[in-house]
Design a protein around this ligand. Structure first.
Ligand code: ADP
Ligand code: ZN
Length: 433
């Protein structure tokens, strides 16, 4: 067994020992280099030596996105600037992008996590990997790229977008593995069909990595059916590594979070109190294998839970559930809490529903209103008006039944909603205007 696979199957005890020693080293580094952490520790009357076990970690306050912004650009840097070899920024889904830094060792360890994740799903030398994550400042492109090369795949650095070219590359070079956002995967299938290709038969695809945005199990199933592939959930964020923080194994039941690189906690998003395994809350991550910019107890905003059971694959790294969304994605429609990911789950379970949808929020007479615009499959869309009305009623009833909201429904023909090649923009919020 080589070193990579070893770390995946060591005992819990050895893993925690490694976590503690890496945590201590990380704390010493941030305390001595980073002005932000030096200050934070001083304010709390803490020194790294006070953290004697993993249980002591909560003595340190959380680090938030606000802290990153307020200490932009170098406040969290924990090595001399001339040892930094790479800058990335987050995509800025929620406000001004955050800058993150990598040392040479960080680049290697990030790539190692991707290589390990891909290997876990069965990708291997001989596979042709077309990376449809955006290159450039976004971590998705370059980090996945380095990881796949490390594993020995043939990498096509296609980036996001230019869909016709993507299809041509997939066809010509017999692409077998793709990393892509789920919304772009659906769009890609649309374009393939428009161009007269059969996504099931005309390509050599076998593995898809779907990540960078929340999506439902139903969407995964849909994508697997469209392309006849195995699609694995891939989770990450720029602040921690880029992609490769947590990944599904062949069992596709939750994502193994690489606990030799990150310590995870789940907390109540409103109080910050710790929650138990199995309880849903906000994921808090501490990077313990980073040099340039380790972050301690980072509030990711992402809602998930830890699976209490061990995975059938017997890896020691615990699994997190599919991300429900960010705590601040939650919509409150007339007092009812709704997550866009739940709307998606319900829509994608209906056979009449096509591949894209959008939620429009508006305010009338001080009341929030929600409209769901949803693409319907061609067969249904071209049916009688009477039939369309029935589809509309069915969608409305389903949403009311499961979410207790009654949105207005607008049925649209296939491919009529705007597409993005990266993260989808599902919510149009007209309430502030
Ligand atoms: P930004 O915070 O600007 O979007 P990133 O590009 O680093 O920056 O995106 C990271 C975020 O993307 C995560 O915090 C999470 O909300 C979302 N994300 C990434 N992968 C997944 C996934 N597999 N499922 C759901 N959400 C994901
Ligand atoms: Zn597993």
């Amino acid at each position: 067994m080589n070193q990579n696979s070893n770390i995946e199957f060591i005992s819990r005890e050895s893993l925690e020992k490694l976590q503690l020693s890496r945590l201590k080293e990380t704390l010493r580094r941030v305390y001595s280099f980073s002005p932000f952490y030096k200050n934070l520790f001083k304010k709390e009357g803490l020194t790294p030596s006070k953290i004697k076990s993993l249980k002591d970690l909560p003595l340190i306050p959380f680090t938030t996105r606000k802290d990153l912004r307020e200490n932009f650009p170098y406040g969290l840097l924990s090595i001399p600037l001339n040892d930094v070899v790479r800058l990335h920024t987050s995509t800025g889904t929620t406000g001004k992008p955050k800058a993150v830094f990598f040392s040479r060792n960080d680049i290697n360890s990030s790539a190692e996590l991707i290589a390990r994740s891909m290997k876990m799903t069965g990708a291997e030398k001989g596979d042709v990997f077309q990376n449809m994550m955006g290159y450039g400042l976004f971590t998705g492109g370059l980090i996945s790229h380095y990881g796949a090369e490390r594993l020995g795949l043939l990498v096509i650095p296609a980036g996001a977008g230019n869909t016709e070219r993507q299809i041509e590359l997939m066809f010509d070079f017999k692409t077998t593995v793709v990393h892509i956002t789920p919304s772009y995967a659906l769009y890609l299938a649309d374009v393939m069909e428009e161009k007269g290709f059969n996504p099931k038969k005309d390509f050599n695809l076998r593995i898809l990595y779907l990540g960078a945005e929340p999506y439902s199990e139903k969407t995964r199933e849909k994508i697997e059916r469209i392309f006849t592939v195995d699609a694995y959930n891939s989770y990450g964020l720029s602040e921690m590594n880029g992609p490769g923080v947590a990944f599904e194994c062949k069992y596709k039941e939750g994502m193994h979070l690489w606990e030799d690189n990150f310590i995870m906690e789940i907390v109540d998003p409103s109080t910050g109190e710790p929650l138990k395994e199995g309880e849903e809350g906000e994921l808090v991550l501490t990077s313990i294998n980073k040099e340039a910019m380790p972050i301690i107890r980072y509030r990711t905003g992402d809602l998930t839970y830890i699976y209490p059971e061990k995975c059938n694959c017997s890896r020691v790294h615990r699994r997190i559930s599919r991300i429900k969304g960010r705590a601040d994605d939650m919509l409150i429609i007339r007092g009812v809490n709704v997550f866009p990911s739940e709307v998606e789950r319900i829509l994608m379970d209906l056979p009449e529903v096509g591949r894209n949808y959008q939620i429009v929020l508006d305010r009338k007479k001080d009341l929030d209103k929600m409209k769901v615009r949803v693409e319907i499959k061609r067969d249904f869309f071209d049916g009688s008006l009477d039939h369309l009305k029935k589809v509309e009623i069915k969608i409305k009833a389903k949403l009311k039944d499961e979410l207790m909201v009654t949105p207005e429904i607008e049925l649209l023909e296939p491919s009529s909603l705007p597409r993005t090649t990266g993260k989808a923009k599902r919510i149009i919020d007209k309430r502030e205007i």
